[in-house]
Design a protein around this ligand. Structure first.
Ligand code: FES
Length: 110
């Protein structure tokens, strides 16, 4: 696990929205689902697409890749539909005094 990195104000990502942030050179997608924040690798595990630009489904707590349509569970990073079959990494995210901070999971890349 890496150290926490401040990535911006939590208020800048309203419910149902996402932001692409840089965490020590790693592109990370941060999502707000009903006030709960989730952070996963921004780059899809299938090809070079930005998950922060995908369609967020707050009910399913999932993100649909904008390129080929695979959905990923934001809690686990697991793909819920093809063509992606590898998960994306899930990162720790929390709010401290209104500021979002993320710690990248330095584990194996998907
Ligand atoms: S690039 Fe994401 S599903 Fe193909």
């Amino acid at each position: 696990m890496s150290d926490w990195v401040m990535v911006g104000a939590a208020a800048d990502i309203p419910h149902g929205h996402a932001a692409l942030v840089d965490v020590d050179g790693t592109p990370v997608a941060v999502f707000n689902v009903n006030g709960q924040f989730y952070a996963v690798d921004d780059t899809c595990s299938h090809a070079e697409a930005s998950l922060s630009e995908g369609e967020l489904d707050p009910e399913a707590c999932s993100i649909e890749c904008p390129m080929h349509g695979s959905c990923f569970d934001l809690r686990t990073g697991e793909p819920l539909s093809l063509p992606a079959y590898d998960p994306v990494r899930v990162h720790r995210v929390e709010v401290v005094d209104g500021t979002l901070r993320v710690a990248v999971d330095a584990g194996a890349m998907p």
